[in-house]
Write a protein that binds this ligand. Sequence first.
Ligand code: FES
Length: 152
Amino acid sequence: QPSAEGIRSLIDARLHLEGPMLPIVHAIQAEYGYVPEMALPLIADALNLTAAEVHGVVSFYHDFRHAPAGRHVLKICRAEACQASGGTAIAERTLKKLGIDWNGTTANGAVTVEPVYCLGLCACGPAAMVDGTVVGRVDDARMDKLLSEAGA
Ligand code: FES
């Protein structure tokens, strides 16, 4: 569980870095699996910024989570090549089927769906990734299989 004390020590250990903000936020996410709201004012304080400024940076990067992820993380590629090969429809159908939006987690806590911008599999899109394993040529059937394997 995130604590102010724990977060402060992650911040302190990185204050000496040049441009410490991103390393700090990465460290917090690595420790807790997401960036808790309570971390923002602590970071702001340490870096002499406003909480709004820190919030702006954290929300700019798609990699940072604002809530704990589900047991599995499904990333669907939203970059151009995959969009052109049918990724948009796959993503829309998947989110609709799960009843969530991007970055949402299914009610049973099984799957979080996040956007990703190119997985390097452009030639065999649409591409997705489940818990770090990339999957190419995702069609409806393959997606359904991934979802059921993940317990969604
Ligand atoms: Fe999707 Fe590159 S555009 S993998």
